[in-house]
Ligand binder design. Structure first.
Ligand code: SAH
Length: 347
């Protein structure tokens, strides 16, 4: 069966013509899929019944069923657990900001990167998500909330650069002017630092923001927290960031989770400033969200502020990420992991 929602407009046209239909049918179908975001062929009322029936036998429209939804009582955040066709599950988060609504999507079912502080990787990688399944997380949330979505962050479960082809397909489809027409400038893709893919993406010259999960000021500390650092060291990563900026003109965003006693000292702040000083960038600090499987603790408020001040004194652009949705298992992968664990203990 064809995953019709992952096809580019050109591929859809080719397919439609290959089954003996006129090309303009592809325009109609594309619009139903990506503008109206329908979930069945029967809703495509301007197609003939015969064509709808034929499509049903050859293709499917990927959908995401809401398995669970937790709503924050304090800030309008909603955390969704979605179930796909094959019963695999992924999490997405809907967040309200002053500049608009944002959705954080997953790029894989599970993750194989093994970052030591992250819940998403605890159960390993199950599979990649198709472009259609990344889109559907956004479409399903739009349908469920009835709200517009102006910003997207690919920062949920999974490593987007470990699912590069589908990521690129997704980025092109969500931006398509006959679909959601969402500006690349409002999309952030976060990576743990797979250098060759960062360089490949730079060549695409998309206007998206690249976020790098840095979390440490030097190679030694980074390797301890993030196994990926053993494959691509911190200097290579910084060079790739410079290249990314040169090719795209887009400022890099560094993510830095503060873990008490691990990476949050004055010395760490100084070293971090040195490391990123020559890169056109912005540093986003977030106190680590503790997961019960690991005994990391978050830096206290004073520690976070001191770290921020130290970076600022060294001339680095820095913000502390607003913490939202903590009352609803906000950390990456916690909802799915808990759901899997509950199922296991139920036997
Ligand atoms: N694999 C990608 C995107 C998913 S993780 C990446 O590594 O960037 C999204 C962000 O959340 C990353 O910066 C990640 O390091 C961070 N993160 C994961 N677990 C966290 C936790 N328990 N507390 C704080 N940040 C966490």
């Amino acid at each position: 069966m064809k995953d019709i929602k992952s096809l580019s407009k050109e591929e859809l046209k080719e397919y439609i013509e290959s089954i003996g239909e006129k090309g303009f049918r592809a325009d109609q179908i594309f619009r139903w899929l990506h503008y109206d975001t329908v979930t069945s062929f029967d809703e495509m009322t301007n197609l003939s019944k015969a064509l709808r029936e034929k499509l049903k036998t050859e293709a499917y429209i990927a959908d995401a069923k809401i398995e669970d939804c937790q709503m924050s009582k304090t800030d309008g955040t909603r955390k969704y657990l979605f179930r796909f066709r094959d019963d695999c599950m992924a999490e997405s988060v809907f967040m309200k900001y002053s500049y608009g609504n944002s959705v954080c999507i997953s790029s894989q079912v599970g993750c194989r990167m093994g970052c030591s502080f992250c819940a998403s990787t605890l159960d390993g990688l199950e599979r990649n998500l198709a472009a259609s399944e990344m889109l559907e997380q956004i479409y399903a949330i739009k349908r469920d909330t009835g709200e517009d979505i102006s910003h997207i962050v690919v920062m949920g479960t999974g490593e987007p650069m470990d699912n590069y082809d589908n990521l690129l397909r997704f980025l092109k489809l969500i931006n398509h002017k006959e679909g959601q027409n969402l500006s690349h400038r409002n999309i952030t893709v976060s990576t743990c630092g797979i250098v060759p893919k960062i360089l490949t993406l730079a060549e695409e010259k998309l206007q998206i923001t690249l976020a790098i999960s840095l979390h440490a000021p030097n190679q030694e500390k980074r390797e301890k927290l993030m196994p990926v650092a053993k494959a691509y060291n911190i200097n290579e990563l910084m060079d790739a960031c410079r290249t990314y900026f040169d090719k795209t003109g887009r400022r890099i965003s560094f993510e830095y989770s503060l873990i008490k006693g691990e990476n949050d000292s004055e010395e760490d702040a100084k070293e971090l400033s040195e490391l990123v000083r020559s890169i056109n960038c912005h540093v986003n600090l977030i106190p680590v969200n503790p997961i019960k499987e690991r005994n990391y603790r978050e830096s206290d408020k004073m520690g976070v502020l001191a770290f921020k001040n130290s970076l600022e004194r060294n001339g680095i652009n820095v913000t502390i990420r607003r913490e939202i949705g903590r009352d609803i298992d906000g950390a990456c992968g916690q909802l799915r992991h808990r759901n899997l664990s509950d199922k296991r203990s139920e036997g």
